[in-house]
Write a protein of this length. Structure first.
Length: 170
């Protein structure tokens, strides 16, 4: 079962099919450059469903971020560990209207703290594309530090991926 987490302004909840059109639009836009690149709706569905299915396989996965006051879908925060990742990752995807409001930080803190409480025996990193300055700044604000010695996802190079290690202190 996917837990619901609540913060001062947000509800982190199980994803719904109603969230998918906004997610797919994000994936097809230039905003997805630092995530998967521009992908079509079929591939977006596979990513969306895999993050949900991760709950059954790993005991963690994606939450949809919902604005408590308006019910607006703001994006996703996720804990994932696909086969090609050497460590579990904390990641985030925000809709354009949600950026610059501290939403990603608030959601990521809640997800990180939940992970620490429930899976504290595991390390947690964020894999970030170099030059994604917003995500680098968020990882740093979360207390993560760049770890150039960390193993990279299979097939990726330091030119493609920087690893930010989270201390996971709840």
């Amino acid at each position: 079962m996917i837990p619901t987490l609540e913060t001062e302004r947000l509800i982190l909840r199980a994803s719904r099919t109603a969230d998918f059109p906004a997610f797919a639009a994000y994936c097809a836009s230039p905003r997805a450059t630092f995530s998967w690149g521009h992908i079509d709706a079929d591939r977006a569905w596979a990513e969306f469903a895999a993050a949900i299915g991760s709950w059954s396989l790993m005991g963690f996965g994606a939450w949809s971020i919902e604005d408590r006051a308006t019910g607006t879908y703001c994006g996703e925060v996720l804990l994932q560990h696909p086969a090609h990742f050497p460590e579990p990752e904390l990641g985030w995807t925000l809709m354009e209207d949600a950026e610059g409001k501290g939403i990603a930080f608030e959601a990521a803190v809640a997800a990180r703290d939940w992970f620490t409480t429930n899976h504290g025996d595991k390390s947690l990193v964020s894999y970030i594309t170099p030059d994604n300055t917003r995500s680098e700044a968020l990882a740093t604000r979360l207390g993560a530090t760049h770890d150039p010695e960390a193993p990279l996802p299979t097939g990726e190079t330091p030119d493609e991926t920087a690893v930010y290690r989270h201390g996971c202190a709840a």
